[in-house]
Design a protein around this ligand. Structure first.
Ligand code: PMP
Length: 315
């Protein structure tokens, strides 16, 4: 990763190497952090955040679930994201805000531990490698199950949840796969280690529901919206594992991943063994938002503010 100049850290921009935390920080010991991954694209109309509102909302939702009072309004968090991209002079970026419990107590109940906020931005290419768009990647079903309902809340994008993702992803790599697909506690399909999952069978787009221990992905929502706009039938429903082996097409979605084609699952070829036609159509519609070929009817693109605000009064 190429460092950028500044990171927003505890209330101000500091040099990249100064954005450090104490080794006894609560978040480090107990996983008490919530975060986001947001992309800025260099679009035909200039640099723009993609669905910044949705990401800031999910960040605040995650903090609410874990009762982290950070004291920043959604407008202020939005302003900070803009400032970090602007001050680092990035044309395209991956923006990583994190709200975490800092240094204060070693008690599991954080009590008076300070809640701190940092926002970094840097350049980041595709997550699942160069083959993810056209050729497709090889994936395997994980031996690890995602968290059961009413354990770790899946709707919170919390640091602690990523211990599960790490096990899934490390196991997949050990077995020679690019990514692992996890089942939920009932044995039905859930999601990838860091992506939501879609299947196509007989022209219908299928994806597991929120109750399958998935993160409520913003790319997932984007793809569902684009698919419906293209006239495709989309069904959000509980899906048995074996449907993965019978699907005509499989793909994964995520902010870092975008829309990645899957060419095999557990060594079984998916469809013709390369990106299928509906995956291609949706990739085109998705990437078209940034090239200008897909009209942004939904107001998802938000130009990076190149002027600083007149001293912010926002909380
Ligand atoms: N599931 C998990 C576990 C993830 O980490 C991610 C990436 N944030 C996703 C799904 C996809 O979510 P999004 O499209 O909002 O990036």
């Amino acid at each position: 990763m190429k460092p950028t100049e500044f990171i927003w850290h505890k209330g101000k921009l500091v040099p990249w190497s100064d954005a450090t935390v104490h080794v006894l920080s609560h978040g480090l010991h107990y996983g008490s952090s919530v975060f986001e991954g947001i992309r800025v694209y260099e679009t035909s109309g200039g640099s723009a955040f993609f669905r910044l509102d949705s990401h800031v909302r999910r960040l605040c939702d995650s903090a609410r679930i874990h009762r982290m009072e950070h004291g920043l309004s959604r407008e202020r968090l939005t302003e900070i994201c803009h400032e970090v991209v602007r001050r680092n002079q990035l044309a395209s970026a991956y923006v990583r805000p994190i709200i975490y419990r800092g240094f204060g107590t070693m008690s599991v109940d954080a009590g008076a531990t300070p809640v701190e906020v940092s926002v970094a931005a840097f350049e980041w290419a595709g997550y699942l490698g160069a083959d993810a768009i056209e050729k497709g990647v090889d994936v395997g079903v994980s031996s690890w199950t995602r968290a059961a309902p009413n354990t770790h809340p899946a709707m919170a994008k919390a640091g602690g949840n990523y211990l599960s993702s790490q096990l899934i992803s490390m196991e997949a790599h050990r077995h020679g796969y690019v990514e692992g697909i996890a089942l939920d506690v009932t044995g039905n399909l859930s999601e990838g280690a860091g992506e939501n999952l879609f299947l196509v069978r007989d022209g219908v787009l299928l994806t597991p529901p929120l109750s399958a221990a998935i993160l409520s992905g913003i790319t997932r929502d984007t793809v569902v919206t684009l698919a419906q706009d293209l006239g495709l039938t989309v069904r959000e429903q509980s899906l048995p594992r074996e449907l993965l082996y019978l699907a005509d097409e499989v793909f994964l979605t995520g902010t870092a991943t975008e829309v990645a084609a899957v060419r095999s699952v557990d060594g079984l070829t998916v469809g013709a063994g390369r990106r299928g036609p509906i995956t291609e159509k949706l990739q085109k519609a998705f990437l078209g938002l940034f090239s200008g070929e897909t009209r942004d009817k939904w107001g998802w693109l938000e130009p990076v503010r190149r002027e600083p605000p007149m001293i912010s009064t926002l909380p």
